[in-house]
Design a protein around this ligand. Structure first.
Ligand SMILES: [Zn+2]
Length: 486
């Protein structure tokens, strides 16, 4: 009778298997993995049953772009932000780690992460100094097979906050000068070990000149011209993104590289990448973020300051189309776990911090504005939030699908559930959200990570703290090897 028993049984759901189809099936889960998908559950014995009647079951969301551990140390940020992630149906979050020292010291971050996550997590390592070039093969060996490059740092815009040392609160800034030579070296070293290069494509010379000019104007003309988000958008134009995209794809053209463009929100940047992609078939992937689907530069609130900036209504339409038609591969939040008091700085555009929270609202945005308003299919949602992300970042088929042997990272989605967004229901360290007061229809009502229910009906089970495990990439479905990597 072994084949007819399981630990957890999810019954009667409409199961979305990316690239395969949508089926009425029951899901059998054992030892944290999908054991089988069945049409009938006659004679099946399960220790626990979950009814998904009238609901969709999707592979858990993988958020490939999360900043946490910058304003509170990772040992705390992991608790709050993985909780918020679970509220939003995220089952794996990828930390955009910024160290100024050698990544050989990453052990303290791995230790501080362990035991503090509700959901699974992986890491991208930002390469910020030439000394870190030699860390790239080391990172690959410990399961970090992606590096981030900030092409936007240089000229007068060199300062960036590093992640906090675990257990401490002293924010440290680093100076980064991303020269062409440095950029090429990173792509070279990453390609040698088959690591993916994540690119923030903006030209710091253009941006810093425009920002300085605007600040001078403001001093001359007085406070009547006080800059708003529209100004931020003008200071960091899409043309500067395009310039950097063309430059880096040219540099990479002779190297067998895997490039991944983060946070693409402008039509110009998107089309530039698509054009480059036609020229050379090597691996170029594109990520967008939820705020580029919902907010324009006319959003009259300083909390909307983000890099690259919010764009126009036309851009929003184009990003939605590209998400549905396959031109955009993934969506990530660019979540920044900060508080409103830090965010607004001195209350003006220049001192406000860039970035805001978004990990709990990404899926609701896609369900509410996408699926329920006919901009996107639910199958496509499962591809851009999970399947493609898992494939690009070496987690497939352990993550990113619902098939025999895969991790039971599953979410149950209620497309009819309507909720008003407040910071409280999102349960992050952040006490604000750019969606405050929005009524969204379509929410995850259950988040499961490797067979364990982390969130149900918006409530996160405190006992699941520590269930989240580090995902070493590329993953293997070989259990023994996977355990060794833990
Ligand atoms: Zn980011």
């Amino acid at each position: 009778m072994e084949g007819n028993s399981c630990d957890v049984l999810i019954t009667n759901g409409t199961v979305v298997i990316p690239k395969v189809g949508t089926f009425q099936k029951h899901i059998l889960i054992e030892n944290g993995k999908i054991k089988d998908l069945r049409k009938s559950i006659d004679s099946i014995q399960a220790s626990k049953k979950i009814d998904a009647n009238q609901k969709y079951v999707l592979p858990g969301v993988i958020d490939p772009h999360v900043h946490y551990g910058v304003y509170t140390p990772i040992n705390e940020a992991a608790k709050t932000e993985s909780r918020s992630a679970a509220v939003g149906g995220v089952t794996t979050m990828v930390r955009m780690l910024r160290l100024y020292e050698s990544y050989r010291n990453i052990g303290k971050h791995l230790t501080a992460s362990k035991g503090n996550h509700h959901i699974d997590y992986a890491i991208h390592a930002s390469i910020l100094t030439p000394d870190q070039l030699k860390d790239i093969p080391y990172l690959k060996n410990i399961g970090i097979s992606s590096v981030k490059v900030y092409m936007n740092l240089g000229s007068d815009l060199r300062h960036i906050s590093m992640d906090l040392d675990p257990g401490t609160y002293d924010i440290t800034d680093g100076e980064v000068n991303m020269t062409d030579e440095f950029l090429v070296s990173i792509i070279n070293e990453a390609s040698k070990v088959d690591s993916t290069v994540l690119l923030h494509a903006e030209n710091p010379v253009v941006c810093s000149e425009r920002i300085s000019k605007r600040k001078v104007q403001e001093i001359q003309n007085g406070p009547a011209t006080t800059a708003k988000l529209k100004t931020w958008c003008d200071c960091r134009p899409p043309s500067s993104e395009a310039e950097s995209i063309i430059k880096v794809t040219k540099f990479a053209s002779n190297i067998c590289s895997k490039l991944y463009f983060v946070h693409i929100g402008s039509t110009v940047a998107l089309n530039t990448i698509l054009t480059e992609k036609q020229k050379r078939p090597s691996s170029l992937s594109i990520e967008t973020c939820p705020h580029y689907l919902t907010h324009t530069a006319d959003f009259d609130n300083i909390t909307g300051k983000v890099v690259p900036p919010l764009r126009s209504k036309r851009d929003i339409q184009n990003i939605w189309s590209a998400l549905q038609n396959g031109n955009i591969d993934t969506i990530g939040t660019d979540h920044v776990a900060n508080r409103l008091s830090m965010k607004i700085g001195h209350g003006d555009l220049w001192t406000a911090l860039a970035g805001f929270p978004g990990i709990a609202t990404m899926l609701p945005v896609l369900l509410s504005k996408g699926v329920n308003e006919d901009r996107m299919s639910i199958e496509r949602v499962s591809e851009v939030t999970s399947y493609n992300t898992a494939k690009i970042f070496g987690m497939y088929p352990k993550k990113g699908t619902i098939q025999q042997g895969s991790d039971a990272d599953l979410i149950i989605v209620d497309l009819d559930l309507e909720q008003k967004v407040t910071p409280e229901i999102l349960q992050s360290y952040s006490d604000y959200t750019i969606y405050d007061g929005w009524r969204m229809r379509g929410w995850p009502i259950l988040t499961m990570v490797r067979g364990e229910v982390i969130m149900q009906n918006g409530l996160v089970n405190n006992d699941t703290l520590g269930h989240g495990a580090f995902v070493a990439r590329p993953t293997t479905t070989d259990d023994k090897l996977y355990e060794q990597l833990q």
